[in-house]
Design a protein around this ligand. Structure first.
Ligand SMILES: [Zn+2]
Ligand SMILES: [Zn+2]
Length: 336
């Protein structure tokens, strides 16, 4: 092993070591870019509350040659790595709203992807409501939170040695996520997929809150973001194969009516799923207080009294496959 290889070995993390093994294959044409069945992995099914079992909100969609994250709260990126994916293979990130439990790992995603990607991968495409562009500038811009770190990595010889050992060619570019601010009604077209953006009923007017629906030839997935009961969610989710819905509360235990309006409860979710005519309802954003034996079963049972589709109690790293517009596989999550 020569000195250059040694630096590379020291510098790279495990996912990047895999990338290094693929060195002969330009990223973007790697094995990861062969078309895959449509799958969604639940990265984080928790709330803002600290938990080892449930990280904060995050979802990972494999569709065609793209790897898309929907929300990236604290812990979601750790789960992404646990799921066996590489940071550098993420192509798109969407945010439903900028509550920290949905976006705190944005910095980790952008910086680790940039660092490990060594200028050899396309910029991350990022979509979300305002002020996402300002937040991005305030994180990664020259005067941003990470501005001094980025400058050190772009200019210090030691960092450039590592960058070049990873295959980069100096001068090194700064991270430059391509941000598009979206609103209810926006449509984002990808390669073999389309995301339609809807209105979520949550904490307006302080945050613009959105819901997302992805349609591809294998099927459709709708994610409410955080939302209380809303006709706009019913319309967005209509007829979809999988509806991923916040289930923060056991009905009747919401602290106040304002909480119910912003976050809903399990009976509200049953009615939403029934009205929208979805096939599978996945419950997420689960508080520890309801994530208990007996309560789980009662919630699922009561939802099934109203909604005659399948009800899934979400868990971190659970993976659902879609083909022919039906859920073909559900693999339980496995993590420490
Ligand atoms: Zn949340
Ligand atoms: Zn929220």
């Amino acid at each position: 092993m020569n000195r250059r290889e040694f630096i590379g070995t020291l510098a790279v993390s495990t996912p990047a070591a895999a990338a290094a093994a693929d060195e002969q294959r330009p990223t973007g044409t790697s094995a990861a870019s062969e078309p895959r069945p449509l799958t969604i992995t639940l990265l984080g099914t928790g709330t803002p509350a600290p938990s080892m079992e449930r990280q904060s909100s995050g979802y990972l969609i494999e569709v065609g040659t793209d790897l898309i994250v929907w929300d990236h709260g604290p812990g979601a990126h750790h789960r992404l790595i646990q799921s066996g994916h590489r940071t550098i293979d993420v192509t798109h990130a969407f945010f439903t709203h900028l509550h920290y439990d949905h976006c705190m790992d944005y910095g980790r995603l952008v910086l680790q992807r940039w660092d490990q990607g060594a200028d050899r991968i396309p910029d991350l495409q990022v979509y979300g409501p305002p002020p996402l562009a300002r937040m991005t500038e305030q994180l990664f811009g020259p005067d941003g939170v990470y501005g001094p770190d980025i400058r050190a990595r772009v200019e210090h010889r030691s960092s450039l040695d590592v960058f070049e050992a990873r295959g980069g060619t100096s001068p090194r570019k700064r991270p430059a996520p391509r941000v598009t601010e979206i609103h209810a009604g926006s449509i984002v077209q990808g390669n073999g997929w389309k995301v339609t953006v809807g209105h979520a009923q949550h904490v307006q007017p302080y945050l613009e809150c959105l819901a997302l629906r992805l349609d591809a030839k294998e099927g459709s997935i709708c994610y409410t973001g955080d939302s209380g009961p809303s006709d706009t969610i019913v319309e967005l989710a209509r007829g979809c194969d999988i509806l991923i819905h916040m289930n923060h509360y056991f009905s009747g235990t919401e602290p106040t009516p304002a909480y119910r309006a912003a976050c809903g409860n399990h009976r509200d979710n049953a009615i939403i799923a029934k009205r929208a005519g979805v096939k599978t309802l996945v419950l997420t954003h689960l508080l520890a207080q309801i994530d208990q034996p007996g309560i789980r079963e009662q919630i699922v049972h009561e939802i099934q009294q109203v909604f005659d589709g399948k009800v899934v109690w979400g868990e971190d790293l659970m993976r659902l496959g879609l083909s022919g517009s039906r859920v073909s596989t559900i693999e339980p999550g496995q993590h420490e």
